[in-house]
Design a protein around this ligand. Structure first.
Ligand code: ZN
Length: 195
């Protein structure tokens, strides 16, 4: 929604790595082996993907799902400092555990463009086609409640400290993401347009 309203390019290392794994590249295969078990890919691999992607960007950008660890956050900070393009806004989308469980069960990924959708929110059923490109939708092999539990432990240990990290820098905005996509996006727009 940010991309289509403002024309700002969005990078999601998760989506990029899934593309790499579909293409069977070395990086993709290594990343898939880790994420299949809910593990986070190593900081160096994630930052490599981001750095490579940023080489093609001259203006504003959105990073989605990165950083996920303090190591990634500090590496990203020095990478962006080198480019003189520091982060201006950090948005945390809050949701409780039952909501996350429902989303994992309902999540479909487009096999062509890599975007993710939720049954009931963005598409009617698992038989629907991608609203973005008309591609085929499928479930991710690692979208299970068991993997979610593992991801939650990783999140609490490694990602949750980023809330304080970005709060200290005066960049953090938190949004209740349990509303409809339109109302969550409305909150995002308010934040972006206040900057
Ligand atoms: Zn698509």
């Amino acid at each position: 929604m940010i991309r289509s309203k403002y024309g700002i390019p969005v990078a999601s290392p998760g989506a990029i790595l899934r593309e790499e794994s579909l293409a069977g590249t070395e990086l993709g295969i290594a990343a898939e082996a880790l994420t299949r078990h809910g593990k986070l890919v190593p900081d160096s691999m994630v930052l490599q993907v981001v750095e490579h992607w940023l080489e093609k960007i001259d203006d504003g950008f959105v990073l989605d799902g990165v950083p996920r660890t303090l190591g990634q956050a500090t590496d990203l900070e020095s990478l962006l400092k080198k480019r003189s393009t520091p982060l201006e806004v950090v948005i945390a989308l809050d949701a409780d555990l039952p909501t996350l469980q429902k989303r994992v069960i309902n999540r479909l990924i487009c096999q062509s463009c890599g975007q993710s959708f939720s049954v009931g929110l963005h598409v009617v059923s698992s038989q629907s086609v991608c609203p973005n490109c008309g591609g085929k939708l499928g479930r991710r092999g690692d979208d299970t409640l068991e993997t979610l539990e593992f991801r939650m432990r990783e999140y609490l240990e490694k990602t949750a400290p980023l809330i304080g990290f970005y709060e200290n820098r005066g960049l953090l905005h938190r949004i209740d993401s349990q509303e409809t996509p339109e109302s969550v996006f409305g909150a995002v727009v308010k934040i972006l347009e206040a900057e």
